[in-house]
Design a protein around this ligand. Structure first.
Ligand code: FES
Length: 121
């Protein structure tokens, strides 16, 4: 399994999320959240209708910055687990992607990036 570098840790604002397109599809397909040196990553796909989450680039968090939000119908997701905590997809969740800090604080995923577990849309 090869590692793909998304960016350097300092390119992820602490406490925020950023979208990536590691497969060069032309649109963001995953997001990475940073809390200090802790990273979480999920596919950029709402379990409600399978659409991208953000209404503009990197706008993944609610105003309080403590939940991932889907712009379409306002579903909220836990930033650690991706579980839906409010909205039309309760009982479902975002699909986690394995992410880690590699050498020299590079933010890396496995190539090809594969979800930790697949959920049905
Ligand atoms: S598409 Fe995300 S809440 Fe409906």
């Amino acid at each position: 399994m090869t590692a793909r570098t998304l960016c350097h840790l300092h390119e992820l604002p602490d406490g925020l999320a950023r979208g990536f397109d590691p497969g060069a599809t032309g649109q963001t397909t995953m997001l990475v959240l940073r809390r200090g040196r802790q990273l979480r990553a999920f596919l950029d796909r709402c379990p409600h209708h399978g659409t991208p989450l953000a209404w503009r680039a990197d706008a993944y968090l609610n105003a309080a910055g403590d939940r991932i939000v889907c712009a379409a119908h306002g579903a909220l997701f836990d930033t650690d687990t991706g579980a839906c905590t409010l909205g039309p997809c309760l009982g479902q969740g975002l699909t986690p992607v394995a992410v880690r800090l590699g050498p020299h604080d590079q933010v890396q995923i496995d190539e090809p990036h594969s979800p930790i577990q697949e959920t049905s849309p």
